[in-house]
Design a binder for this molecule. Structure first.
Ligand SMILES: [Zn+2]
Length: 182
């Protein structure tokens, strides 16, 4: 059984039963993984202070077919910006499991360290992930009305599409699912 030691940030925590917790982590070495913090209440409660969403942590995982979280130690303070939750939702929705991506990792790490998320960060991530041209000067196309240009300034997570400001106002959208990219 391989033990892995990697930096990570916490995307989400779910309580599985009264003992175990399931963490969705974005790790530097393994990409997005889910990992169970097993029973042993002491461990779980010791970890939980370090493993709240948005925190950068050093984690120790063991691969038993699925990952188990053995230890976690946070680095620095938790970012308390409300925008962070939308950012975490974006990363969780847009990244596949078990596929490390150093570009995504470094952008996200910097965001969480600075505790600031500007539209240009989302624009870069959408490009890196292959859902828009990487070149920032290139005109984007709205998936709905097919217009091109600067007014195409949103990315809608559930449909994985670019939308212009007109089309965004025309539909009911959960704002947590929408990010501004310019
Ligand atoms: Zn449009």
């Amino acid at each position: 059984m391989a033990e892995e030691y990697t930096q990570a940030f916490v995307l989400r925590k779910d309580v599985r039963n009264d003992k175990d917790s399931l963490y969705i982590l974005y790790t530097q070495k393994l990409g997005k993984v889910s990992a169970i913090a097993k029973s042993a209440r002491k461990v779980t409660s010791k970890l939980s202070g370090h493993l709240s969403p948005g925190r950068l942590v050093d984690v120790r995982l063991i691969d038993k077919g699925s990952f188990q979280l053995l230890d976690g130690l946070s680095r620095g303070n938790k970012c308390r910006e409300l925008e962070v939750l939308r950012f975490l939702n974006f990363i969780e929705s847009m990244t596949p499991y078990n596929q490390p991506d150093s570009h995504v990792w470094h952008i996200a790490k910097e965001v969480l360290e600075r505790c600031q998320i500007e539209p240009v960060v989302y624009r870069e991530l959408v490009g890196v992930m292959g859902f828009a041209p990487i070149q920032k000067g290139e005109a984007l196309t709205c998936a709905k009305c097919k217009k091109k240009g600067a007014q195409v300034n949103h990315f809608y997570i559930p449909d994985i599409v670019l939308l212009c400001s007109n089309c965004v106002t025309g539909v009911r959208i959960d704002t947590n699912d929408l990010v501004k990219i310019s």
